[in-house]
Ligand binder design. Sequence first.
Ligand code: FES
Length: 386
Amino acid sequence: MSVRRLAEDQFQPAAFAFNKENAIWAEKTIKKYPEGRQQSAIIPLMMRAQEQEGWVTKAAIETIADMLDMAYIRALEVATFYTQFQLKPVGTRAHVQVCGTTPCMLRGSEALMKVCKSKINSQAFERNADGTLSWEEVECQGACVNAPMVVIGKDTYEDLTPARLEEIIDAFAAGKGREVPTGPQIDRVFSAPEGGLTSLTTEAPKAKSASGKAASSAAAAKADAAPIPPSEAARAKSTDAETNAALKTPATAPVAAAKNVKAAEAQPLSGTATAEPVKAPASKADSAQKPSLTDKNRPAGIEKPATPDDLKLISGVGPKIESILHELGIFTFAQVAGWKKAEREWVDGYLNFKGRIERDDWIKQAKALAKGGEAEYIKVFGKKPR
Ligand code: FES
């Protein structure tokens, strides 16, 4: 953890003021808080000041403290506590915050910091030659399950390797940071297991009626002697729906569960109320149509050769993806290099890659590797394959 102090006087501007648009925004933001609690607006205001100036200056801290009727020391405490506030000028295109806490450290954050040292500056908080990049080590950023990771601006880049971080830094240096996909940098959806779900892959079991029997149809429910109180039915329905929705579709879960409760409450007290299981809405992954293995655009496979190429040399191919490619009969760089557009799209869809084959330019990489192995790759890309 670094010591967090204000920048030396030579960097500090004499004054700070929000520009017109931000001043209107700040006024509205302060009004969101109840009378006497305006100080709660300090973090959003400081963030906006940082977005405007590139970092949080002493003048900005004092101006914001005045706006919120706070002692300067209180505002200074906030600015120096949270690592999202930069207290001296940082890279204009990217300030890379590398998480160095235990899970990330065990998964390779030290190697990521080496990349920052070699590509940006040997010292944290110092900028590169043209002032566009800087870096620092920070504490846990709450994405430990996808360790190691870095934060750049408001985005996280997770499941990193040194090679992938180099590519990301290069993209930001070239002003193409917005093109880099955020979040996991491997075939993982959010923090789900790599390669897709490994559990909860089947439909939810049917809900049980109050009598303990599965109420799979109205007839079955009618056969139950005891009427099912609507509150029971509602509970049964909402429990299943909430469980399914929370596990599969967090964003829609509360709405789905609320609807279920309402629907169940509307049931008459006639004993015909059923505890029909409610299917959780299909998740994004479920609803994505995987291309068929018999599709005409599936690239032709071959028998496994005695010495298959190491497809993992292609940036974007890890052990899991390589094994899927093997299952498809893809074993050589030459095969990948020869894929036509429709075939690339088929593989991309099959791997649920969302365009990554094009973004990582597998074809160019595979062509170089097929032509002359690592030496040719270095000639073409100026660096070793991963
Ligand atoms: S330890 Fe790195 S994100 Fe938590």
